[in-house]
Design a protein around this ligand. Structure first.
Ligand code: KIV
Ligand code: ZN
Length: 450
């Protein structure tokens, strides 16, 4: 299948940085920019130079140090901003000025207090001014998805005529839905004269959790640049997550005839670097790079993953730079994973022994969220010594009958207990094992893991 190359425009250092708690100083932006370069993004939006001296310096520093990708700087559609962006980018090998101006009636009326005519004129003048600093100029009609479609076409036409090389269509407030956004992209491709000479870009916010879906729908409709951020950071609910977009295109290459230049093995390192720099943790269930993205707790899943990871993983952890899948031992875990962890800890059991360890493990796991290795080792030793005792911090009263039996049975207790949990096993620690005999052996772990 012929693949169309999608330009990845990373805005972690600009829109991403606008998320509460995510601001970065010059040194931090530089470190992150190096990581984005290793990741293989095509454009790094390094900052908004008029916003502060620090941001100006950051754009300068990134421009000087990072030579492969395009370095973009944001500017409002006014002289001071554009000049400042042009100055900050002066040392860049491949500079881009990104000019934006709101176009929705609500923004024109309440925020900018200008008419549509003034908006059109400002669009023309600002793009022309930006072109005097560099050839590569991106124009964004802010709040495009709440802009009257006819007026949006007029503004985009004005920007294209003035020389914009990329037209970005921001879903500034995360309001659109995939079918509508795709329709907007198609409309622009049909109605704008000269649109084939410019790159259509998309920039989605995640207020309805649709940023990635909207971006993909727009790409299918003809957009060729996607704006996104590592860990999905950005204003309010964030921007489209870079790692999700890239992996959606890669994992579903059968449906998406697109590719990017992203080195997917660098996704996790980039995510980790960003969290470390900003001290903003990633939610555990975040797709692709969250702590739980390759963790399995349910016994059925663990059993499947141990037999073949493809049963419950649609990509390998290594493909996104995650060291390994994790089997988390908790109350939903199965014997297969437990046995493996025991072996890793140096304990090899036969089937009946493992049944007993598992039985005690389930009781413990019902009490605590995660069974750590230390808990497990203690549980195993106790089981082997027939002194049924779980770790002191989570101590479970030892059933009197069982304790008595352990003393009475002496050194053979382990063997006997494994062999036949008798009436003394009625207490919680001694719940009877379900009978597995009626199931084929290869299904046992599956059935046990529930
Ligand atoms: O969300 C938005 O509209 C923006 C623009 C500056 C592109 O971030
Ligand atoms: Zn934005």
């Amino acid at each position: 299948m012929e693949r169309t190359r999608i330009t990845v425009f990373d805005t972690t250092l600009r829109d991403g940085e606008q998320s509460p708690g995510c601001s970065m100083n010059v040194h931090e932006k530089l470190r992150m920019a190096h990581q984005l370069d290793r990741l293989g993004v095509d454009v790094i939006e390094a900052g908004f130079p008029i916003a502060s001296d620090g941001d100006f310096e950051a754009v300068q520093a990134v421009s000087a140090a990072i030579r492969r990708p395009i370095i973009a700087a944001l500017a409002r559609a006014c002289t001071a901003d554009i000049e400042r962006a042009g100055q900050a980018l002066a040392g860049a090998a491949r500079p881009r000025i990104h000019v934006f101006l709101a176009t929705s009636d609500i923004h024109l009326k309440y925020k900018l207090r200008i008419t549509r005519e003034q908006c059109l004129e400002q669009t023309r003048q600002s793009v022309r001014l930006a072109k005097s600093f560099c050839e590569d100029v991106e124009f964004s009609p802010e709040d495009a998805t709440r802009t009257d479609p006819q007026f949006l076409c007029e503004v985009v036409q004005a920007a294209v005529d003035a020389g914009a090389t990329t037209i970005n269509i921001p879903d500034t407030v995360g309001y659109t839905i995939p079918s509508e956004y795709a329709q907007t992209i198609r409309m622009l491709r049909e109605r704008i004269t000269g649109i084939e000479k410019v790159t259509i870009s998309v920039h989605c916010h995640n207020d309805l959790g649709l940023a990635v879906a909207n971006s993909l729908a727009a790409i299918e409709a003809g957009a060729r640049q996607v704006e996104c951020a590592i860990n999905g950071i950005g204003e309010r609910a964030g921007n489209a997550s870079l790692e999700e977009l890239v992996m959606a295109m890669r994992v579903r290459a059968d449906r998406y005839a697109f590719d990017t230049g992203v080195v997917s093995e660098q996704l996790y390192p980039a995510s980790q670097a960003l969290s470390e720099i900003t001290e903003v943790p990633v939610q555990p269930n975040k797709a692709i790079i969250g702590r739980n993205a390759f963790a399995h707790e349910a016994g059925i899943h663990q059993d499947g993953v141990l037999k073949n990871p493809l049963t419950y993983e649609i990509m390998t952890p290594h493909s996104v730079g995650v060291p390994d899948s994790k089997l988390v031992l908790g109350k939903h875990s199965g014997r297969h994973a437990l046995g493996l962890r025991c072996e890793q800890l140096g304990f090899r059991f036969d089937r009946r022994e493992l049944d007993e360890v598992y039985r005690r493990f389930v009781v413990l796991a019902d009490r605590i969220k995660h069974v750590e290795d230390a808990h497990l080792v203690e549980l195993i030793r106790d089981t082997q010594m027939e002194t049924p005792r779980i770790p002191p911090a989570h101590a479970e009263p030892i059933p009197a009958a069982l304790a008595a039996a352990a003393i009475a049975n002496g050194p053979h207790a382990v063997e006997r207990t494994f062999a036949a949990p008798g009436p003394a096993a009625a207490a919680p620690l001694e719940m009877p094992l379900p009978s597995l005999s009626e199931h084929p052996p290869e299904q046992e772990d599956y059935l046990w893991g529930v």
